[in-house]
Design a protein around this ligand. Sequence first.
Ligand code: HPA
Length: 285
Amino acid sequence: MSISTVAALRELIDAVDLHIGKSRAGIGLILGSGLGGLAQEVTNARRVPYSRLPHLAASTVQGHAGELVAGRWQDHDVLVLAGRVHRYEGHPLDQVVLPVRMLAAMGIHTLIVSNAAGSVHTRLQPGDLMLINDHINFQGQNPLIGPNDERLGPRFPDMTVAYDAELRALARRVAQDQELALQEGIYAAVLGPSYETPAEIRMLAAMGADAVGMSTVPEVIAARHMGVRVLGLSCITNLGAGLGAGTLSHADVGEVAGKATARMVNLLGGIVRALPDQPGQRRLP
Ligand code: HPA
């Protein structure tokens, strides 16, 4: 970005306020590949495509619509990012995380991120939902590189509990109530866009990862930087390269994610419903 992040956020939020009104949502959601259906359930929805907002990059990936939706869902005011941009599309990471920073600056206290991921061992099978309990940043990059603006967060944010323990406990309780099998594990983020080789999948397993994907980690780092608590959920769409018989394709990933959408939306719905309806508080003066 050619201007500072704070200046960009101010212009961006002014534009969002004009398009959809001043949101007081406390909860933000990022919908990953094939999970966009949730945005249709939002009532009193105000929508604005990223392309209509200053400084936001439009997503180019199929299955990622690229719009901000504000409204009511599960008796809560929510802000939904339907579609995300990825590092592999060519955007620098400060650009990739700008939508998350926008939600944080608009006041959310809780961010729920979802993604599609491959499993790196056969304990996790396609169609499984996985609660992210930690991550490995294998992108070789960090969205906080560069001068730090203390108005956004500290220079060296702690990542000991990046995925909020209370939210994880809540997710487990809701899954149990729904008689839904919820796996748990560590998400490793790689750059992509090529899928991994079988050797890379074996390496990721040896490093302690359970699932691998090309998103989420930069967003979580930016959210934690700004003091937003995070819940992360992966839809396991495929066995990692070399673990199954066939090869990998984005179409297959999208299809499996699409089939899991109903379960994921139910789970997210139960979680959001159980959260206190606490309004957001703007972070940038
Ligand atoms: N690797 C990386 N990213 C992914 C995968 C995978 O196997 N599946 C869905 N996103």
